[in-house]
Design a protein around this ligand. Sequence first.
Ligand SMILES: Nc1nc2c(c(=O)[nH]1)N[C@H]1C(S)=C(S)[C@@H](COP(=O)(O)OP(=O)(O)OC[C@H]3O[C@@H](n4cnc5c(=O)[nH]c(N)nc54)[C@H](O)[C@@H]3O)O[C@H]1N2
Ligand SMILES: Nc1nc2c(c(=O)[nH]1)N[C@H]1C(S)=C(S)[C@@H](COP(=O)(O)OP(=O)(O)OC[C@H]3O[C@@H](n4cnc5c(=O)[nH]c(N)nc54)[C@H](O)[C@@H]3O)O[C@H]1N2
Ligand code: SF4
Ligand SMILES: [Mo]
Length: 738
Amino acid sequence: MTETTHHRICPLCEACCGLEIKVRDQQVVSIRGHEADVLSRGYICPKAVALKDLHEDPDRLRTPRIKRNGVFVEATWEEAFAEIEKRLPPLIAAHGPNATSVAVGNPSAHKIGLLTYFGKLARALGTKNVFSASTLDQMPKQLASGLMFGHWLSTALPDISRTELLLVIGANPLASNGSMWTVPDFKGKAKALQARGGQLVVIDPRRTETAAMADAHHFIRPGADVFLLAAMVHTLFAEGLVTLGRVAEWVKGTDEVKAAIAPFTPEAVATRCGMGADTIRTLARQLARTPRAAVYARIGTCTQEYGTLASWLVDVLNTLTGHLDMEGGMLFAKSAAFASNTAGKPGVGKGVSTGRHHARVSGAPEVYGELPITCLAEEIETPGEGQIRALITVATNPVLSSPNGPRLAAALEQLDFMVSLDIYLNETTRHADVILPGLSPLEDMHYDVAFPQLSWRNHARYSPPVLPRPEGQPDEWQTLLKIAAIAKGMGAQADANALDDAQFEEDAQRMFGPHAAAIVAATQGLRGPQRTLDVALRSGPYGDQFGQKPEGLNLAKVMLANESGGIDLGELQPRIPEMLRTPSGKVELAPPLLLQDLQRAAQDLRRPAPDLVIIGRRDVRTNNSWMHNLPTLAKGPFRCTALVHPDDAARHGVQDGALATLRNGARSVQAQVQISDQMMPGVVSLPHGWGHNLPGAQLRVAAERPGANINALLDDQLRDPLSGNAVLGGVGISMEAA
Ligand SMILES: Nc1nc2c(c(=O)[nH]1)N[C@H]1C(S)=C(S)[C@@H](COP(=O)(O)OP(=O)(O)OC[C@H]3O[C@@H](n4cnc5c(=O)[nH]c(N)nc54)[C@H](O)[C@@H]3O)O[C@H]1N2
Ligand SMILES: Nc1nc2c(c(=O)[nH]1)N[C@H]1C(S)=C(S)[C@@H](COP(=O)(O)OP(=O)(O)OC[C@H]3O[C@@H](n4cnc5c(=O)[nH]c(N)nc54)[C@H](O)[C@@H]3O)O[C@H]1N2
Ligand code: SF4
Ligand SMILES: [Mo]
C-alpha cells in the first residue's frame, strides 16, 4: 500500500503543534513536526511521537464496559446506553437534578466535540454540581482576567517576538511547553529574545530548566508571590515609576490600587518571600524602565491561597509599567472563532460575576458556572437534600489529579451510579458503572476552540481525521448528546443527529433571529462540532459573514489550508478598548472583590512560613496522570522523585536514591529521594499524576513503576476562596527516612 501524509494538531498540550503523520496500511509509520505549520513551524516535543503508542495501546478502551457484580464486562453501545437509561432517570426522578453531577478534565480542551458539547450535557442534567480541572489549575487567572477585562478568556499574552524583557513567574515552559499561552518552541523564542539583547528572568522555588537558561533566576518561598508582586507595585508608586502608556484613558482604579497596596513595602514582604528588599525594588525598576517588557505567570502562582490576587497583580504590574496592550508588552489574541471578546458590542459588556449559587457543604461560590472540584468528595459523602448520588466524568482522573485523592476514591464507591467517558480503565474510571470510550485523536477531526484565544500569533487550523474509526463507535459529542437525551427522559433510542439538528435550529433562532433559516440552509450537510465551527468562523472577526464578505473565512477554506499549515492571521495587535467587555468599558484595575481580599493578605504578612514545604513539578515526557502507560514516554530514568536540597536531606536524615516518608498531618506518602541543589532550601518538589498502584485499574505499563501520588498528601479543604482553586503547593510537610 502507498504511504499517505496527514497533518494534525497535536492534542497533548497547549502548544498545539502542527504534526506531519505518515500512514501505511492504516498504521502510523512516522510523526514529525509540520515545517509549514503557521503556528509551530516544525517544532515538536517527544510526546508527539507517543500519539502512535496511544493509538495502539492495548489498554486503551475501544468498546464500552459495564460493571456487573463488581466486574467490568465488554458491552455494545446499545447495552451501555440502555444501562444508563435504566439507572439515571429514576435517580433524577427520586432525588432531583442536583443529585447528579458532572466533572470534566484536561483532555477535553483538546477535543472540539467534548468542549463544545459538554455544556449541553450539563444543562440537560440541570445540576449546579459542575466540576472541572479548571479549579486545580487556572481558575484564578480566568477570574482575575474576567474582572479586569470583562471575559474569562481575555488573557493578556507576552508579545514574545518583540519584547526585551520577559519575567516568568511560577511557570516552566521548557517542560510544560506553555500554559494559558500557546507558544510552541518557547525555548527558541526565548533564545531569540536573548540574542537580540533582551533578558529572560525567572522567579521559581526551583532552578528549573527555564530558570537554567534565564539571564537571572530568583528563588521565592512557595505561596509568597502575592507579597512579591504587591511590593513591586508598591515600589512603582513609591518611586514615581507609574506610567499607563497608550491605555491610560481606558484604565480605571489606579488610585485605589495605590491606597490598597500601602502595607506591602519591600521590607515588609522580604522575609515571607525569601528575597531581599533590594532585589524586589530592582525587579520593579527594571520592569518600569524597559520600554518593551512583559510579566507572565502561571500555575505556580495560581495553585495557592492567594491565586486570584497574584494573577491580578501580574496584570496590574503590566498595566502600571505601560506594557499592557503594547507591542513588545502584553497583547490579546484575536481568535477566528468562539471568542467572546470578538462577539457582541465592541468595548463594553456584562463583565463577569461569581456566586450565582454555592456549594451545599462548604458554601464555596460558583465561578464560571463551576464549583471547586475539591468539594466533590464532601458533596457525595454528606447526607441531605442535594446530596450527589450520580456522577458523570468526562476525560478526568481526579482520584490522582485532585488533592486528597484517597478520600475521593472512597466517596466514589458510595455513589448510586457513575458513568465515565474515558479511554482508559484507570484510578477514577474503575469506580464507574459504565465506561464509554472516546475516539483516538487520530480518528477524530479537530479545531482548537480555546487555544487560539491564547496564542502567540493569530491563526486558524483544522485537522481532519488521520485514520478511519472503528465501526459503530460514535463521536464523543454524540455520546454526550445521547446521555443528555436520556437524562431528559427521551430514552436510549433518541437519535443524536436529530437532536443535534433540532438544537442547532433553536440556537440559530436565538443567535440570528430573522436570518436563522438562511444560516441553517447555508450549513446544510454539516453536523455536530463541524457545523458549530463553520458558524463560528463565518460570523467571527475574519469570517465571510455568510457571503457578505466573500474573501472572509469559512470552514471549507480553513479545511483547504490544512496541508499548507493552516491560515496565518498575523502578529497580535493592540486591541484596547475594542476587546473590553466590562460594564464600564474600562480596564478595571481595582475590582472591589480583589481589594477586599488584599486585606486578608495584609493580615497574613507576618505569618511564619512552615519549615519545609512541598511543591509540584512537570517533566516534558509526562502529561498529568494519563500518559504513563505509553512505552515511548515511560522508558528512561524514573521521574517521580522527590527533589530535596542537600541541607534539607542532611537535616532530615534522608539519602539520595532511598525512600523518604513525606507527611502532612495524618496523610503520608513514600517517595524516592533525589538530592538536588536546584531546590530552594526548605522546599521539596514531587510531580503529580503518579500513584498507578491502585487495584482495579488496567494500565499495565504505568503499573510497572507506579510512583507516589502527591495528591494523597495534599488537603482538599485548602482553596483560594475567590476562585475556588485548590492549593497545590507551599503546603507544610515533614520528612524522614522510610
Ligand atoms: N498536585 C498537583 N495536582 C495537579 C496539578 C499539579 O500541578 N499538582 N495540576 C493540575 C492540572 S493543571 C490539571 S489540568 C489537572 C489534570 O487533571 P485531569 O483533568 O483529571 O486530567 P488527567 O489527570 O490527565 O486525566 C485525564 C483523563 O482523561 C482521559 N482521556 C485522555 N484522552 C481522552 C480522550 O480523548 N477522551 C476521553 N473521553 N478521555 C480521555 C484519561 O484516560 C484520564 O482519565 O491535574 C491537576 N492536578
Ligand atoms: N510535559 C508536560 N507538559 C504539560 C503538562 C504536563 O503534565 N507535562 N501539563 C499541562 C497542564 S494541564 C498545565 S496547566 C501546564 C502548566 O504549565 P506551567 O505553569 O509551566 O507548569 P509547571 O511546569 O508545573 O511550572 C510551574 C512552576 O511553578 C513553580 N512553583 C511552584 N510553586 C510556586 C510558587 O508558589 N511560586 C512560584 N513563583 N513558583 C512556584 C514550580 O517549581 C514550577 O517550576 O502544563 C501543561 N503542559
Ligand atoms: S509541545 Fe509536544 S505535546 Fe505539546 S503540542 Fe507540541 S508536540 Fe504536542
Ligand atoms: Mo492544567
